[in-house]
Design a protein around this ligand. Structure first.
Ligand code: AHM
Ligand code: MG
Length: 335
């Protein structure tokens, strides 16, 4: 019988984080500890999503089971797991979650120097159908005298020290990038219970491949967006289209295969749908660091857009450098 070849030198996320820390002599280890807490949150959320239909977590929050126990919707569980992990890390001063109207302040622990923005389970309308969902996160380093308020988040994504997302799909994927750094992709090995570095230094294709947008909204789109989309369909070799309706899944595919993901602002949603702080900004950082581009519906670089409120929305075009450039050029033509 053939012996299984076993790689005993794998790069786990834990090892990766340790090696990153030793590269920075001034590092205190606080960021590494925060990442360990993130890692635990991802593992837990992945676990609960996999078990969801077995242990009856799907469906709406507030409904009760036969014994009258309160049932929590997965959205709520995801948020609770994430919040608990951030709190217990002792390194996070303040957090914004899509699930909470206000910022969550963890109090004045001496080593809490970070602010974390997250969408714990993005794409949750897909959950009950078993379609991939994920967690999106962005991390800011706070000044030493920061109080931990919502103002700490009203900054552009260029201020993020790290960002990324997970996708709970056929396997659990984690995409992580640091400021001006490479983009690294990890895959969860369920047997080991570890994220393994499977996609080091990701670079996305410069052009073509798949376009991804909700064309059901095209009636409401502005003229340049309509034209841009028509041109992809009428190209000599028309583009392929895929739309899952889970940003993490649509973005992950776009990152690997190339193309563009768009959720433009339109006549129905003049501000767009997706959130600047914990959807657009972190994704823009990942795509730029992988060689792509990201702009909002006014064709501003997404990473420079500053939200006025923590839950502000924006239109977004995100993808291969040249594919996003086509959208920008189309808008310029229209003046
Ligand atoms: P959510 O945060 O409420 O899950 O909404 C965000 C999701 C994204 O994952 C996805 O890109 C988009 O909404 C899909 O929207 P639509 O159903 O309008 O196409
Ligand atoms: Mg979301």
């Amino acid at each position: 019988a053939g012996r299984e070849s076993i790689n005993t030198e794998i790069m786990t996320l834990t090892r990766f984080l340790n090696e990153e820390q030793t590269k920075h002599r001034e590092a205190t280890g606080d960021f590494t500890l925060l990442c360990h807490a993130l890692q635990f949150a991802f593992k837990s959320i992945a676990y609960y999503i996999r078990r969801a239909s077995l242990i009856n977590l799907s469906g709406l929050a507030g409904s009760s089971n036969t014994t009258g126990d309160e049932q929590k919707k997965l959205d709520v569980i995801g948020n609770d797991v994430f919040t608990a992990a951030m709190r217990s890390s002792g390194r996070v001063k303040v957090m914004v979650s899509e699930e909470d109207e206000e910022v969550v302040v963890f109090g004045n622990k001496p080593n809490a120097r970070y602010a974390v923005a997250c969408d714990p389970i993005d794409g949750s309308s897909n959950l009950d159908a078993g379609v991939s969902v994920g967690t999106i996160f962005g991390i800011f380093r706070l000044p030493d005298d920061a109080e931990g308020t919502k103002e700490d988040f009203l900054r552009p994504a260029t201020d993020l020290v790290a960002a990324g997302f997970t996708m709970y799909g056929a396997s659990t994927q984690l995409v992580l990038t640091m400021k001006d750094g490479p983009v690294n992709g990890f895959t969860m090995d369920n047997g080991l219970g570890e994220f393994i570095l499977t996609h080091p230094d990701m670079h996305m294709p410069k052009k073509r491949a798949i376009y991804s947008c909700n064309e059901g909204n095209s009636k409401y789109w502005e003229a340049p967006v309509k034209e841009w989309c028509e041109e992809m369909k009428n190209a000599e070799k028309p583009y392929s289209s895929r739309y899952i309706g889970s940003m993490v899944a649509d973005a992950y595919r776009t990152l690997l295969y190339g193309g563009i993901f768009a959720y433009p602002a339109d006549k129905k949603s003049p501000k767009g749908k997706l959130r600047i702080l914990y959807e657009c900004g972190p994704m823009a950082m990942v795509f730029e660091n992988a060689g792509g581009q990201a702009v909002d519906s006014k064709m501003r670089r997404m990473m420079t857009v500053v939200p006025e409120h923590i839950h502000d929305r924006s239109g977004i075009f995100l993808g291969s450098y040249e594919e996003v450039q086509k959208v920008i050029d189309k808008h310029k033509q229209h003046g």
